[in-house]
Design a protein around this ligand. Structure first.
Ligand SMILES: NC(=O)c1ccc[n+]([C@@H]2O[C@H](COP(=O)([O-])OP(=O)(O)OC[C@H]3O[C@@H](n4cnc5c(N)ncnc54)[C@H](O)[C@@H]3O)[C@@H](O)[C@H]2O)c1
Length: 346
C-alpha cells in the first residue's frame, strides 16, 4: 500500500518544512502547497511540491484531487506581529480570506480533517500563568486577531459541514533541524534568536532590544521558546489524534517556562564567547510582557513532550544552521564575483 498523503500548506516555510520531515519519518507523504512568498523551494525535500496560493481555490482543489490526501496541515500565513500592525489588510486577506478559501476547497472535495497553525497571540495579555487553552482569547494585534477569526471559522465549519480541526497554539518556535538540513530563513528576520546569532556572526552591526521596562524580572519581555523539531512532532501526534478520534480540539504547544529577551542575549553571548553590541529601544505596540504556555493538555491527550527545547539545544542547532547559511551565501557571492571578473577579462 502507498503512503498516506498529507497536504501541507506553507510546507516550504520554517515550521512547515520541519513538519514535512517529521511526517516523512512517520511514514506519510507530505505534499507541499506553497506560494514561496516567505518559504524556500530548497526546503521541500520529503515529497511533491505544488506552487500555488491559498487564494487559488481551483488549484487547491486540483491538488487535493490529484494527491488524495487524508488531511491538511495548514501553516501558510503571514506571521509577523509588528508588520500586521501597519499592514492589517495583508493579514486579513491572507490569514482569514486565504484560510476561508482552503476550508471551502476542502469541504467541496469532501476532505474533512485539518491541523491548524494557531498561536499564543490569540490570547493577548496574560491574565494568568501559565496560559491554559481556557485562557480568554483577547488578541491585541491584527495578526493574533486573524488567527483567532480563523479558529472561529473552523468551529463554525465543524458545526455546519462536519470539518474537524485541531488548532495548535504555538508559543515561540526556535532552533533548527538537529541534522542541519533545514532551519529558519526569513528576510527580513524578525525573530530574536536568529537576530542575536546573525549579530554574533558579524552579519549585523548591532541588535535592538525593544522594551526594558516591562513588568518582568529584568524588564525585558518573557517568551516560551519551543524547539521546532518538538513542534514538528506535535503535528504528527495531532494528525493521528484527528484521524483516529475525528473530533475538533485545541492544544497549546510550549514548555511552560519563560526566558527573557536579555537572558537569550546572554545565552548567545556565552555560547559564542563574545559580547553582542546591543541597542535598547522603547517597547513596540502590540507586544505583551509575558507569554508562557501550559502544555499539560497536549501531554495528557496527545502524549506529547518536548525533548529538544532546552536553551542550549535551541541555540546550538540555530547557530549551526545560520553559520551554514552565512557561509553558503558568502561562497555564492564569491562565485558570482569571480564569474563577473572572468567575463570582464574575456
Ligand atoms: N514562528 C513562530 O514562532 C510561530 C508562532 C506561532 C504560530 N506560528 C504560525 O505557524 C505558521 C508557520 O510559521 P513559520 O514561522 O514557519 O512561517 P514561514 O513564513 O516560514 O512559513 C509560512 C509559509 O507559508 C507560505 N505562504 C504564505 N502565504 C501563502 C499563501 N497565500 N499561499 C501559499 N503559501 C503561502 C510561505 O511561502 C511560507 O513558506 C504560520 O501560520 C504562523 O502564523 C508561527
Amino acid at each position: 500500500m502507498g503512503k498516506e498523503a498529507i497536504l501541507v500548506t506553507g510546507g516550504a516555510g520554517y515550521i512547515g518544512s520541519h513538519t514535512c520531515k517529521a511526517l516523512s519519518k512517520a511514514g506519510y507523504l507530505p505534499v507541499v502547497y506553497d506560494n514561496l512568498s516567505t518559504g524556500h523551494a530548497y526546503a521541500v525535500k520529503w515529497g511533491p511540491f505544488v506552487h500555488g496560493d491559498l487564494a487559488d481555490k481551483a488549484k487547491l482543489k486540483a491538488a487535493i484531487a490529484s494527491f488524495n490526501p487524508v488531511a491538511v496541515l495548514h501553516f501558510a500565513a503571514d506571521a509577523l506581529v509588528v508588520e500586521s500592525m501597519f499592514k492589517p489588510a495583508k493579514y486579513y486577506r491572507n490569514n482569514v480570506a486565504g484560510t476561508l478559501s482552503l476550508l471551502e476547497a476542502m469541504c467541496e472535495a469532501n476532505l474533512k480533517a485539518l491541523v491548524f497553525s494557531s498561536t499564543c497571540a490569540t490570547y493577548g495579555e496574560l491574565q494568568f500563568a501559565p496560559m491554559t487553552e481556557a485562557h480568554p482569547q483577547v488578541p491585541i494585534n491584527p495578526y493574533g486577531r486573524t488567527k483567532w477569526i480563523a479558529e472561529q471559522m473552523m468551529a463554525e465549519f465543524d458545526t455546519a459541514y462536519g470539518l474537524k480541526t485541531v488548532a495548535l497554539r504555538y508559543f515561540n518556535a526556535a532552533g533548527a533541524d538537529l541534522d542541519t538540513e533545514i532551519g529558519e530563513n526569513h528576510t527580513p528576520e524578525s525573530h530574536l534568536i536568529p537576530i542575536a546569532i546573525q549579530t554574533a556572526l558579524g552579519m549585523r552591526p548591532q541588535m535592538k532590544i525593544y522594551g526594558t521596562d516591562f513588568p518582568t524580572r529584568d524588564g525585558s519581555a518573557i517568551r516560551d521558546y519551543i524547539h521546532v523539531q518538538d513542534l514538528a512532532f506535535a503535528h504528527v501526534l495531532a494528525l493521528q489524534f484527528l484521524l483516529e478520534h475525528k473530533t475538533s480540539d485545541q492544544f497549546n504547544l510550549g514548555t511552560g517556562s519563560g526566558t527573557s529577551v536579555l537572558e537569550i542575549v546572554r545565552a548567545v553571548e556565552s555560547f559564542c564567547c563574545k559580547e553582542l553590541p546591543v541597542h535598547l529601544e522603547s517597547k513596540r505596540a502590540g507586544e505583551p510582557p509575558i507569554l508562557t504556555a501550559s502544555a499539560e493538555k497536549a501531554t495528557r491527550v496527545l502524549g506529547w513532550t518536548p525533548h529538544y527545547s532546552d536553551l542550549p539545544t535551541i541555540i546550538e542547532s540555530a547557530w549551526k544552521w545560520h553559520k551554514l547559511l552565512h557561509e553558503t551565501s558568502l561562497l555564492l557571492k564569491r562565485l558570482e564575483e569571480s564569474k563577473c571578473l572572468a567575463a570582464l577579462i574575456s
